[in-house]
Design a protein around this ligand. Structure first.
Ligand code: TNX
Length: 556
């Protein structure tokens, strides 16, 4: 009897533990891969490691010119770079013919067998094989592999470099559910340095996000150098002071401290190239016709009244907007957009279109004249006319526009993509009209909202969107199916910065909510499992710690 128990007890215990084991979390990768097949044992890497890639070696010039996507060779160099803080020495080489059985890491391509952004990752006994539908897909395979490597490898200052690394054996097949997986950052209400933008982009890439929406112009500041229009940054990039506390209603209190900054064209090229090397497309936003006071302060004749105007020092929606009756406004915007197109190779350019009060237009003889000569029904149609003209200009240069959902009012410009922010209705309407849409509803995707009890949190704009709510979001509204559902390109997290002054605070608001969204836009809905996500996130936090990310934790 006693003898028997000896064997049965551990067995029972094992069964019990197995029963209570957390839901299967193969490899712990975030976003969760489509298919995983864990193997037995591990692969040990030590000493020297060769990263092979099918394709020619990268040229001597390390940085990418705009519009050019990184090659497989460049992905191999990026991968080798992940080992730079270990004692493992890496070499990058083109794969010799019939060399697929070599030891090391092999990057290959299978454009026929995989979606463009998809990949297969196989960790075998002797080698690691990453096959992408394209270099982009291979890059995502590398990001998954990165998450299997020890988090200490991310640390800027590793105490003692690791001499060896063990990886769990197995296979992964993975590809995204949505083609647009975005994060936005408002650099106009508060300005953030290039070094931080690079970190922001790096974090996006780690979670397989692929669009950075760079909100560059606002009432409170113009942040992009336009060579032909120097006053935009001489005047428009600076405000005399900033509101203190919440801007809901007067009396307002100001800090009396001048504030501003802008990105030179050289810096913008640097950010765009940095993002391209991580397969992140940068979408610039130039706001029009509203949220444009900083531009009007620089060139007052662009407004209906002719000014004078001042760069705004508090938050909200302001009445002075670009005049829709003056030809010079379109000449100005075409000049701005021509320089913008030279800097940003993205197919889509965001032209804002949100929150444009019609107060000035109603009283402006030139706007009223435009309404008459164009046979427009009123100010809403005048806004639609404005957007349509800009859309036609950009389309004649091979670009498409994205606009906030207000661009639906008064008639949608042809080929416009709608960014649905006032709920999901704008996205639904756009898709029903045969237009593409990107979902960023305030209810689930606004990371400037509170994520915990406001009494425990730094001042925020309002709202309440916790991690679970973000994770519950599915970008395709129930109202749509078939072809209309396919027009929903994906979703984006927005970080408006009225109440966010520092990079650390941006991270606090964006993380981990951005990770929850990343999983919802990458992983199939059938794999949605919040409990499993939380378990993986807990482990993933070690990596974020080594990356020095100031993410929010519920106890804060
Ligand atoms: C609305 S979202 C705005 C922004 C504000 C944001 C604050 C959108 C198109 N317009 O100007 O910063 O709310 O949450």
């Amino acid at each position: 009897m006693i003898q028997k128990n000896k064997h049965i007890l551990p067995l029972l215990l094992a069964l019990l533990l197995w029963g209570c084991a957390p839901p299967e979390q193969p490899f712990g990768i975030i976003p969760r891969p489509v298919q995983t097949e864990p193997g037995r044992g591990s692969l040990r890497l030590s000493g020297t490691l060769t990263v092979y890639h099918e394709q020619a070696a990268p040229g001597p010039q390390a940085s990418l010119s705009p519009g050019q996507e990184a090659s497989l060779g460049e992905v191999a160099v990026y991968l080798a770079g992940l080992f730079s803080r270990t004692a493992i020495e890496t070499t990058v080489r083109p794969l010799p013919p019939r060399g697929r059985s070599r030891r090391g890491i092999i990057l290959g391509l299978d454009p026929e067998g995989l979606p463009e952004e998809g990949y297969r990752l196989e960790i075998g006994r002797r080698r690691i094989l990453i096959t992408g539908g394209s270099a982009r897909g291979a890059f995502y395979g590398v990001q998954s592999l990165r998450q299997l490597l020890p988090p200490e490898m991310e640390a800027p200052l590793a105490a003692a470099p690791l001499r060896e690394v063990r990886l769990p054996r197995g296979r992964i097949l993975d590809y995204p559910a949505f083609e647009y997986r975005g994060m936005h950052l408002d650099v106009a209400r508060h300005f953030f340095p290039v070094a931080f933008l690079k970190k922001y982009i790096d974090l996006m890439a780690l979670h397989k996000m692929n669009h950075f929406h760079w909100h560059l112009t606002e009432d409170q500041g113009w942040r992009i150098e336009i060579k032909g229009l120097p006053r935009l940054t001489e005047v428009g990039a600076w405000r005399k002071e900033t509101l203190v506390g919440h801007g809901g209603r007067p009396p307002f209190e100001f800090d009396g401290i001048p504030y501003g900054g802008y990105y030179t064209q050289e810096e913008i090229r640097e950010v765009v190239a940095y993002a391209a090397a991580r397969f992140v497309t940068v979408i610039p936003e130039i706001e029009m016709p509203g949220h444009a006071t900083a531009a009007l302060a620089s060139y007052p004749s662009l407004g209906c009244t002719g000014g004078p105007y001042e760069v705004i020092t508090r938050w909200g929606v302001f009445p002075d907007v670009f005049c829709a009756g003056k030809e010079e406004v379109f000449v100005f915007l075409e000049e701005v957009l021509t320089e913008v197109m030279e800097l940003f190779p993205s197919k889509r350019i965001h032209i804002g279109g949100d929150e444009c009060p019609k107060t000035r237009w109603k009283e402006c003889p030139l706007c009223q004249q435009r309404i008459a000569t164009e046979g427009l029904a009123g100010e809403d149609e005048l806004q639609a006319f404005f957007i349509r003209r800009i859309e036609a200009f950009l389309r004649s240069h091979g670009r498409r526009i994205i606009g906030w959902d207000e661009i639906l009012e008064g008639g949608l410009a042809p080929h416009a993509t709608v960014m649905s922010w006032r709920g999901t209705q704008g996205g639904i309407q756009a898709a029903q009209m045969g237009h593409q849409a990107i979902m960023t509803p305030g209810s689930h995707c606004y990371f400037d909202h509170y994520q915990a009890d406001p009494d425990t949190q730094p001042l925020a704009i309002g709202g309440f969107t916790d991690l679970e709510k973000v994770y519950s979001y599915h970008p395709v509204p129930e109202e749509l199916d078939g072809h209309q559902a396919d027009l929903i390109l994906g979703a984006q997290g927005n970080v408006w910065t009225e109440y966010i002054h520092t990079p650390e605070h941006v991270e606090y608001m964006a993380y981990p909510r951005a990770i929850a969204l990343a999983e919802r836009v990458w992983s199939p809905d059938t794999l949605r499992d919040y409990a499993d996500f939380l378990l993986r996130l807990e482990r993933h936090k070690k990596r974020l710690d080594h990356l020095n990310v100031n993410y929010f934790t519920p106890s804060d």
